[in-house]
Design a protein around this ligand. Structure first.
Ligand code: IMP
Length: 433
């Protein structure tokens, strides 16, 4: 069995939760490598709906070791809420979950700092999830953050007081009216530490030991490549390395241990929050997709912006991630459309280009060039094989495969685990054996 990275090829919300849950059956461990409780992975098991934010969806399989890696930022209150919810559903989380001692800790004052940067009149808001993710990563990079190892250590109070003092000064300087009770936070975090401590370990060593024993690991990305701190639509990005490289730095497993990289992409595209979006559809068709695909954020409930599959964007994310295979999700959402536009190139200042520009201004200047493909106007939910799909749906998938030059190894056409087909003979199928 291989060690695989599975990550979003667009702006997040591609349906990775369901895919990781499905694939995790074949793996011994599933590890999250970046982000925090800004992510929301929805998984349906029969009547039950699970929204996982921090814990990898592999937790839903009793024999899978779930790991929250060092690249993740952890709000212990959010983590414990999720653990308690899963326990109430009968899952033995504490036996299956390990948390990196090198992951950084989010405190309530990180949200306060985020409000300062998002709320100032003279600044462009990123439209963040308001979970304190960015400010926690800021502290990490500025070398003043507090890690899980510190939280569970008896030196925690000392480290916490210095960080809290800095934040108190900032809150005063910015005349933050909202009262932050720093002492209360200290007391609560010590209680959280007691509950979390038994699950904390050196997860890099754990994962590498498993790999040495011949076990397989699935690395789960959160958000998506276009929200990556380096390769996304900066500054409208999240603050971590969502791209494939982040799987190594975010877990402490070396690149030469990775056997394959799989991108997850919707059959169309969505984005939440602000920032450029070349193939966005602000009209009736975009609205139709939002309704058919239930495109509302699983963490914040915000309506997602909807648009058409963007080939240059996908080619770009395929290049920076090195996708071996693509999993196309939510094909059935397009069932009712007469025709389906696909963005095949960009026009920028009268020039046709197929590469992703770097600056916000340049991306905003893009005029998408669309090619329209015929719709299939038939229900495709749950159809179990490519051959059984309507011929226009097969032609649509073939078109995406040819234009992106990445194989489509799997298609998901419904929310349930079994509403996913793996293409026989694909690289993906081989990687899963
Ligand atoms: P942050 O991660 O909360 O700092 O938000 C930064 C940007 O990433 C905003 O545009 C968010 O809407 C977006 N974002 C963060 N997490 C997710 C996610 O899981 N799915 C989609 N967008 C996300």
């Amino acid at each position: 069995m291989s060690n695989l990275i599975v990550l979003g090829a667009q702006w997040g919300d591609e349906g990775k939760g369901k895919i990781v849950d499905l694939l995790s059956e074949k793996f011994d461990a599933v590890a999250r490598y970046q982000g925090g409780h800004n992510a929301g992975h929805t998984v349906y098991l029969g009547e039950k709906k699970f929204v996982l934010k921090l814990i990898p969806s592999g937790i839903l399989r009793p024999n899978v070791q779930a790991v929250v890696g060092n690249g993740v930022v952890i709000d212990p209150a959010a983590l414990l809420e999720e653990i308690h919810g899963l326990e109430a559903a009968g899952i033995n989380v504490k036996a299956q979950l390990k948390i990196s001692n090198r992951a950084h800790v989010i405190f309530p004052f990180h949200r306060t700092i985020e409000k300062i940067s998002e709320g100032r009149d003279d600044r462009t808001a990123i439209g963040t999830t308001s979970r304190g993710i960015g400010p926690c990563y800021e502290d990490k990079i500025a070398r003043r953050g507090i890690r899980i190892a510190d939280l569970v250590d008896n030196k925690f109070s000392q480290l916490y007081c210095s960080l809290a003092e800095d934040k108190q000064l900032i809150a005063t300087a910015f005349k933050i009216a909202e009262k932050v009770d720093f002492q209360d936070i200290l007391v609560r975090y010590k209680q959280y530490a007691d509950e979390i401590r038994p699950m904390v370990c050196d997860t890099s060593h754990l994962l590498n030991s498993l790999i040495r024993q011949g076990k397989s690991v699935l690395f789960e990305g959160a958000q998506g490549t276009m929200l990556d701190i380096d390769f996304g639509t900066y500054p409208f990005v999240t603050s971590s390395s969502a791209a494939a490289g982040g799987a190594c730095t975010g877990t402490g497993v070396a690149p030469n241990k990775i056997d394959g990289i799989v991108g997850v992409s919707k059959a169309y595209i969505t984005r939440v929050g602000a920032g450029p979006f070349p193939s966005e559809d602000l009209g009736e068709a975009g609205e139709k997709i939002r309704r058919a695909g239930n495109e509302f954020g699983s963490v914040t409930g915000r309506p997602r912006r909807c648009g058409w599959f963007d080939v240059p964007l996908l080619r770009y994310t395929a290049e920076v991630n090195g996708f071996d295979s693509l999993i196309i999700t939510k094909l059935d959402v397009l069932d009712d459309l007469d025709e389906i536009p696909v963005c095949v190139a960009y026009e920028v200042n009268g020039k046709v280009m197929t590469q992703m520009p770097a600056s916000t201004q340049a991306i905003e200047a893009i005029k998408p060039i669309f090619e329209k493909l015929p719709g299939w106007k038939t229900k495709t939910q749950g159809i179990p094989s490519l051959d059984a799909l309507p011929k226009q749906a097969r032609a649509y998938l073939k078109f995406l495969e040819e234009k992106t030059e990445v194989e489509i190894g799997s298609v998901s056409n419904g929310p349930e685990r079994n509403e996913t087909m793996i293409v026989p003979g694909s690289k993906l199928e081989k990687l899963l054996h």
